[in-house]
Design a protein around this ligand. Structure first.
Ligand code: MN
Length: 496
């Protein structure tokens, strides 16, 4: 068990409590067809239009493993720094539910495809922590029961039945809502980098079962409750908060926590009991006689290892080293693959002189004006109204001195609103920076003669007035004067 960090403890009425959280995340594998049938996995189509006889549990149908889904699970295992098991076994997990026509789910129980690994998460205080992964196994999703379209009937949609899932199980390593949320964010980002799950939580592509218990510091683990199917990172935080408060209250009043499965109600922000927790033996697992054990070719695993994309940790280190970015900026830029791609596209489209300067400038524009605009319009970076190459065009104008950073802010807004290239806006509006000494000289002379008292005050030691003169010159020249030239000439002239 990892060491206890005091600031993570929760204060109850009778003393301190430690929160223990483990997650079981179901992630839908990105794949055109299902785990054991060739039916489509497209989202949002007419109910029951993507169902093969296998998915519908017709007699005599035999499942055939989808090799691509197996590869996706292996890639995910490699991304989680985990052991890939050369042999794994598919089992039948038996239970009755209307949306499960076969009466069993094909899953992996004793011999999962991926074993122990870890995922590094970043904490608010800037430190990192490894969350241990217990296993990753392959299994099928069930269909969907629809209870809200008819007052007396329930409907079944089997489009999702048989879709491939990875169930990723952590050890009980997380100690706060922040750690659990950081884990989900990081896992989602990793899966999206790998292209093994789209991470679309609203569509149910990724959902978490949250195991929560509390205990007195350093004592044995308490009884846990499992909160099922939490489908947003915000809800995960709310569910943890509610559950921790509930459990501490019960224990402090001398009660007992029941081992049970609970549901999170996002409208009320509370969890409710669903059923007492079943044990594994209740499901009567046994190896599926229709599927032989899955043997993996070591050469295939090696090949997949070679084709993995650069993952966030490696990318972050490279950004810090090559572009002298702060760890904070680098972490933001690699947090999503699309953001990192945008950064690199913007960088590569420009000339490569002074890479750190260019990198730093682009990073600042992205984390500043670009992210502000995206947030304001509620857009993802893929939907940005200023493309990576358009931003390159603007950054080039700043670097070659055509426009000042100040003017660039206005140009950026105009680009966002009109979709025009920076150079077009600059030429149409005559926004080129004035680097002509004569023009700046004349302007400074005028401002000094209009403010004789200020000049005198400055010369008698009021250094702070320098900013006033810079401001006046910039204002008079509509922000277009080259700032370093203005500074240089002002210093000379004010000396007298
Ligand atoms: Mn499962």
């Amino acid at each position: 068990m990892s060491e206890i960090r005091n600031y993570l403890l929760v204060k109850g009425k009778t003393g301190l409590w430690e929160v223990i959280i483990g997650l079981e995340v179901h992630a839908q594998i990105t794949s055109k067809s299902k785990l054991f049938s060739s039916a489509s996995t497209d989202f949002g189509n007419e109910p029951n239009t993507q169902v093969s006889f296998i998915d519908a549990g017709f007699p005599g149908m035999l499942p055939v493993i989808n090799e691509y889904c197996v590869e996706q699970a292996i890639k995910t295992g490699l991304g989680l720094n985990a052991e890939i098991h050369p042999v794994s076994v598919f089992d039948r997990k038996n239970y009755f539910y209307a949306d499960l026509p076969t009466g069993y789910q094909i899953s992996q129980f004793k011999h999962p495809i991926v074993g122990e690994g870890f995922l590094e998460i970043e904490l608010i205080d800037g430190t990192t922590k490894n969350v241990a992964i217990e296993r990753l196994h392959l299994e099928q999703d069930a269909g969907k029961s629809i209870h809200d379209q008819n007052p007396t009937k329930s409907y079944i949609d089997l489009n999702r039945a048989g879709v491939a899932l990875m169930e990723i199980v952590t050890k009980p390593d997380m100690r706060s809502r922040e750690e659990a949320m950081a884990f989900m964010r990081k896992l989602r980002s990793l899966l999206r980098y790998l292209g093994t799950c789209d991470g679309n939580m609203e569509q149910g592509s990724m959902r978490a079962d949250v195991n929560i218990s509390v205990r007195r510091p350093a004592e044995a683990l308490g009884t846990r409750a499992e909160i099922k199917n939490v489908n947003s990172i915000r809800f995960l935080g709310q569910a943890v908060d509610y559950e921790v408060t509930r459990q501490i209250e019960i224990l402090e009043e001398g009660g007992e926590i029941l081992q049970e499965t609970r549901l999170f109600d996002p409208v009320r922000g509370e969890t409710r009991s669903m059923r007492s927790k079943e044990d594994a033996h209740d499901y009567r697992y046994f190896p599926d006689p229709d599927l032989p054990p899955l043997h993996l070719d070591p050469a295939m695993i090696e090949h997949l290892k070679q084709t993995l994309p650069e993952l966030p940790e490696a990318k972050k280190k490279r950004f810090i080293k090559s572009f002298e970015l702060s760890p904070y900026d680098a972490a933001i830029l690699v947090s999503e693959r699309e953001i990192a791609d945008y950064f690199e596209t913007t960088l590569e489209a420009g000339s490569f002189e002074d890479l750190p300067k260019r990198g730093k400038l682009i990073a600042n524009w992205m984390t500043g004006d670009l992210f502000a605009a995206l947030n304001r319009d509620n857009l993802s970076i893929a939907e940005s109204k200023v493309s990576a190459s358009a931003l390159t065009g603007m950054v080039n104008l700043i670097i070659d001195g055509t426009i000042s950073g100040r003017i660039a802010k206005d140009v950026f807004i105009e680009m966002w609103e009109t979709g025009q290239e920076a150079i077009v806006i600059v030429q149409q509006k005559g926004l080129e920076q004035v680097s002509d000494n004569r023009a700046i000289d004349d302007c400074i002379n005028q401002i000094m003669s209009a403010n004789p008292q200020m000049v005198e005050d400055y010369r008698s030691g009021k250094d702070k007035l320098f900013g006033f003169f810079v401001g006046q010159v910039m204002k008079a020249m509509a922000g277009k004067a080259n700032p370093s030239l203005v500074n240089e000439i002002l210093i000379q002239k004010l000396k007298g």
